[in-house]
Design a protein around this ligand. Structure first.
Ligand SMILES: CC(C)(COP(=O)(O)OP(=O)(O)OC[C@H]1O[C@@H](n2cnc3c(N)ncnc32)[C@H](O)[C@@H]1OP(=O)(O)O)[C@@H](O)C(=O)NCCC(=O)NCCS
Length: 164
């Protein structure tokens, strides 16, 4: 990381072009949607999407989007509402410096503040997928899949297990 601490910022007219230019490594493009795609979904989903940029000093290093209190699978169980991390893109040249961990912690804090007890995430399985990253941060697999992705969960808030 730079000498400054990372922070979250909302997407604004001043930073949206930089956000759209954010790129993960070419071998990771199967793992996460481009920022433009996520911002279009954020627009469509309104309050249930929480998109934020990760800055370190003046530098844009990442993008995240949380989902807040959505019906997970209404056909199966209408009462099953979940919150979690929907997207996480750390810029290729900024990976391995703790920004991913910062982003997960920031979403965990935001969701806990909103009263969530668990934080869900789903990821592409496979060699280049981020499964080991999430396991390192304390997520445990639920045994479910969602659209072919592995579903993981982290206990948050009072009484919840905290990630490493
Ligand atoms: C996965 C991703 C978000 C990780 O971000 P990052 O900033 O590189 O991760 P950090 O530097 O914060 O790493 C946090 C910890 O996880 C570990 N880690 C990170 N990526 C890892 C990987 N691929 N495999 C194993 N461990 C990993 C780090 O070693 C570090 O451990 P430590 O703190 O104990 O030393 C980033 O690589 C990325 O954007 N990948 C492409 C898109 C993607 O897969 N997003 C997730 C969509 S669900």
């Amino acid at each position: 990381m730079n000498s400054t601490s990372p922070r979250l910022e909302a997407v604004t007219p001043a930073n949206v072009d930089a956000a759209l230019a954010l790129r993960v490594h070419p071998h990771q493009t199967e793992n996460v949607a481009p920022v433009a795609h996520s911002l279009a979904e954020a627009y469509a989903h309104g309050e249930t999407a929480w998109p934020r940029l990760v800055f370190d000093g003046e530098e844009l290093v990442g993008f995240l989007m949380a989902f807040v209190d959505i019906q997970w699978n209404p056909a199966k169980d209408p009462a099953d509402r979940r919150s979690g991390l929907w997207r996480l893109n750390i810029g290729a040249e900024h990976q391995g410096k703790g920004y991913g961990r910062f982003a997960v912690d920031a979403v965990r804090e935001e969701l806990a503040r909103r009263g969530a007890r668990e934080m869900y995430v789903s990821w592409e399985p496979g060699e280049h997928g981020p499964g080991d990253f999430y396991r390192r941060l304390g997520f445990e697999e639920t045994g479910e899949t969602s659209g072919g992705q592995t579903v993981g969960v982290l206990g948050i808030g009072p009484g919840g297990a905290q990630g490493a």
